[in-house]
Design a protein around this ligand. Structure first.
Ligand code: LLP
Length: 438
């Protein structure tokens, strides 16, 4: 988080004053640091250098074209989960031959689109999907590259909504069934090439242990599939957690050097050191699908205090961002640090920070001791670069916020704020005048 710092008492992203950005572009406003994204990507690549590896950035974390283009320039490949994400990657200059396509519910249209573009691999989540891809490939007269996602039944020890590697999750194929599935596919499904094996046990993992458990369990299986079917790669998914608490306090340090409690247990280096010895002997290409660790601490959401309300039980600070802009607190009880844009002078109060949405789950902090805020003040919700804008919605007919990418002293508006006309684009009213409504 070293790219967000107070300078002259005003919070900056790299060399750009965030207050000035909010004045120019309004709020709520997402701001991303290009150099933080580059730094995280390069650190991961360096830590994984001993392996023959590829980093397939998980597009779902932050899919702004400018972010994708930046990562494509760094040499990243891309992990996609929809036709829309593939479209974005291609628009941003990414190569289809570096794309892996995950997800439990790919449609025919998405499969055909991805096949026509020539993606690197379909990461298949069920036998039914494998057979369907084989059928679609047969109709197109091609051989489709596939990897099956193995569900290793390992507890990722993360929030239950983002845990994916247990048998009761909808993801992947049971570990025990994989050898038989590959054997039958090799025999019966003539329009797929068994190119790899994939896994992903969950997101925001804060200790290295579940990763170790998962790779130790899956590595022998990958070796077996290499011997029997000549697979080329093993993807170990994403999931590296980030520091969400006291992330600004790390000053010019790295976000993973932060000493704030258990979240520090997982570092890029400890992750790499733990898994490399297990993976290296396989002689396979190893794919990684990081999302959050690349972009999470590279972004903030700026918001302005609209009103203060002193109730009998609580003090509410009502801001102009809502759960439609950043849903993580409402959906996963996710914590985001909140700091004033103007460096505080030490006076604190215990408040709830809430948005304007008509839901009691529309909060960013509850009973949190924060620097005293006044109406009109700007705040920054930290660590909002991953699963922030990509999960934003138009709920309550609120236009989506704008996004700015900062690179050194330059700030570029990389997505303009939606207008009211954007809100109704594509809609029409039933009846005779429908054709006149766009
Ligand atoms: N690969 C696969 C197959 C995935 O499903 C995911 C994330 C990733 C890679 C990237 O995981 P990461 O490195 O970002 O942890 N919206 C939630 C997170 C959902 C993650 C979904 N899958 C949140 O805001 O915490």
């Amino acid at each position: 988080m070293h790219s967000f710092q107070y300078r002259n008492r005003s919070l900056h992203c790299e060399q750009v004053d965030l207050a000035a950005l909010a004045e120019e572009h309004g709020s709520p406003l997402y701001v991303y640091s290009a150099n933080t994204i580059r730094d995280h990507y390069r650190r991961l690549a360096t830590a994984l250098a001993p392996l023959d590896h590829h980093i397939a950035y998980a597009v779902k974390a932050n899919s702004n074209l400018a972010v994708l283009q930046l990562l494509a320039t760094e040499g990243a490949d891309f992990d996609i989960v929809s036709g829309g994400e593939l479209f974005r990657v291609l628009k941003a200059g990414g190569s289809p031959s570096g794309c892996t396509f995950a997800g439990v519910g790919k449609t025919r249209a998405e499969i055909e689109y991805a096949m026509s573009m020539g993606i690197y691999c379909f990461n298949v989540e069920s036998e039914a999907e494998l057979r369907f891809i084989n059928q679609v490939a047969g109709e197109a007269g091609i051989i489709a590259p596939v990897a099956v996602r193995v569900n290793p039944n390992v507890d990722a020890k993360t929030h239950k909504y983002i845990s994916t590697g247990k048998s009761d999750n909808k993801f992947g194929v049971d570990f025990e069934r994989i050898p038989d599935l590959y054997a039958r596919a090799a025999k019966e499904l003539t329009n797929v090439e068994l190119r790899g094996l994939q896994m992903h046990i969950g997101s925001q993992l804060t200790t290295v242990q579940p990763f170790i458990e998962a790779v130790q369990k899956v590595a022998p299986l990958a070796a077996q599939l290499k011997a029997e079917h000549g697979i080329q790669f093993l993807s170990v998914g994403g999931g590296i957690g980030i520091v969400y608490h006291d992330s600004l306090a790390s000053g010019d340090g790295d976000w993973w050097d932060n000493q704030a409690g258990e979240e520090t247990a997982l570092t890029i280096e400890s992750y790499a050191a733990a898994i490399i010895p297990v993976l290296q002997p396989l002689g396979l290409k190893i794919l990684f699908e990081p999302g959050r660790m690349i972009v999470g601490n590279a972004g903030v959401l700026l918001s302005r205090v609209l009103y203060k309300k002193h109730g009998s039980a609580k003090t509410f600070t009502i801001v102009d961002a809502g759960m439609n802009d950043l849903i993580r607190p409402a959906l996963y009880q996710g914590h985001h640090d909140i700091v004033p844009i103007t460096e505080p002078d030490g006076q604190n109060e215990t408040i709830d920070v809430v948005g304007p949405i008509c839901e009691s789950s529309d909060f960013f902090a509850q009973d949190r001791e924060l620097p005293k805020l006044e109406e009109g003040d700007l705040i920054a919700l930290l660590s909002a670069g991953a699963y922030g804008f990509t999960m934003a919605s138009n709920y309550n007919s609120r236009p989506l916020p704008a996004e700015v990418l900062v690179d050194g002293a330059n700030a570029t508006l990389v997505r303009r704020r939606q207008s009211f006309d954007d809100l109704i684009a594509g809609e029409s009213v039933a009846g005779a005048h429908a054709e006149n409504t766009d």
